[in-house]
Design a protein. Structure first.
Length: 426
């Protein structure tokens, strides 16, 4: 690389990732093959439109790589249609809203503090100014049970055109059948944002909402799916049916989504990222990916128990997926931002996070969020989770002792460097 300044920063970031442990549940490491696809000459090509219907010439191989990504995504998730062009998860959600809703329409979605996502109608987002989001919550934060009775009453009262499930900090699994039954009562479009758990669904270790009557899945392609940073929309129904492309009918959802993504939301797709998505989908089809997904779940359950044993209060009492949410304010009288920065000092990376009905502000919340996808990719197993929990507790107990934290950081580094990054492997 000619640019020595950027080269230095890349090397420093590589060392940071190699020397520590990544516990943010929405982050992961990609394979060298995915990295190579992202850095390929596909980045040079403009490809507005869809395979066979482009606006520029020279599309022979872009069409082939996009079709490959589409077919692999459909097979992975047992979907009828896939749009692999969204640049990330947020515009994927926006595209679905745009495809189905009119300004002012009602949407039923999970409350942000109870685990929902920013793009599910947070007041700071664009979508919250266009659509009317109604919130449902957990019935019992000690178990994580969603209040499905409240959801039903809200649906019957507000008649939402779209019911949205999915989360960024909910440690349990959603009862998709119950939600589908509620949606059927009010003829709502059923959408599941599976960004966090896409890899676990693809591997069959968590349930697929499409099997329970959901119409649309939105997702990122990183996180548990271990692909490039990008978005994905999957749905039931077939493109090219007898309906007009703009007709708002549930069986017409694939056409509506395609039109909403391009030209509605985006211009040229990022073909190098789509090539990398195709590689990631191929990797997710391999038997070893199923074992990886199972290990994520096992590691998370073990880590949750190890933290509980060390007096961490866990929201929902544990986890059924890849992530853990802990109320560190009530556990240790420290806000989440202090715990985050303390653990950063020893090479354990996680994030501060609000907890249900948090009394503290978002940038100084009561909780932390952590998970096991990335450390599982590195090769850590159940036996290693106690060590992580012990480091966390020791750092918190000595959060104002910099010399002690420095010694802990060296321990973490000596341990972490035994496990290679995927990009280190040939």
């Amino acid at each position: 690389m000619i640019d020595e300044e950027v080269k230095k920063l890349i090397n420093q970031e590589t060392n940071r990732q190699r020397d520590g442990l990544e516990l943010i549940p929405s982050e992961n490491y990609v394979s060298r093959s995915v990295l190579e696809a992202m850095g390929s000459v596909f980045t040079n090509k403009y490809s507005e439109g869809y395979p066979g219907k482009r606006y520029y010439g020279g599309q022979e191989f872009t069409d082939q790589v996009e079709n490959l990504a589409i077919e692999r995504a459909k097979k992975l998730f047992r979907a009828d249609h896939a749009n692999v062009q969204p640049h990330s998860g947020a515009p994927a959600n926006e595209a679905v809203y745009s495809a189905w809703l009119e300004p002012g329409d009602n949407v039923l979605a999970m409350d942000l503090s109870h685990g929902g996502h920013l793009t599910h109608g947070s007041p700071v987002t664009r979508s919250a100014h266009l659509y009317n989001f109604i919130r449902y919550k957990m019935k019992d934060v000690t178990t994580g049970e969603i209040d499905y009775e409240e959801m039903m009453q809200l649906a019957l009262t507000h008649k939402p055109k779209l019911i949205l499930v999915g989360f960024s900090s909910y440690p349990r699994e959603i009862d998709y059948l119950k939600v589908a039954q509620i949606g059927k009562q009010v003829n709502a479009l059923l959408v599941a944002d599976i960004a966090h758990i896409a890899g676990l669904i693809a591997a069959g270790v968590l349930k697929n909402p499409l099997d329970f009557g959901f119409h649309v899945l939105t997702s990122t392609t990183h996180k548990t799916l271990r692909g490039p940073r990008g978005g994905l929309i999957l749905s039931k129904g077939e493109v090219g049916n007898s309906l007009k492309a703009s007709q708002k009918d549930i069986v017409n959802i694939p056409n509506l989504i395609d039109r909403a993504v391009f030209p509605g939301m985006q211009g040229g797709p990022h073909m190098h990222i789509i090539a990398a998505k195709a590689v990631a989908f191929f990797e997710a089809m391999q038997p070893e990916f199923v074992e990886y997904a199972k290990q994520i779940i096992n590691n998370a359950a073990t880590l949750a128990q190890e933290l509980t044993d060390r007096k961490f209060k866990l929201i929902t009492g544990g986890t059924s997926n890849h992530l853990i949410l802990s109320d560190v304010y009530s556990s240790f009288n420290l806000s989440g931002d202090i715990v985050e920065s303390t653990l950063d000092k020893i090479g354990l990376t996680l994030n501060k996070n609000v907890i249900p009905d948090d009394a503290l502000p978002p940038f100084r919340p009561s909780g932390i969020r952590l998970g096991t996808p990335a450390v599982t990719t590195r090769g850590l197993k159940e036996k290693d989770m106690g060590l992580i929990a012990e480091w966390m507790k020791s750092a918190i107990d000595n959060h104002d002792n910099d010399s002690y934290l420095t010694s802990l950081k060296e321990e973490v580094k000596q341990f972490s460097t035994k496990f290679k990054l995927p990009s280190d492997l040939g």
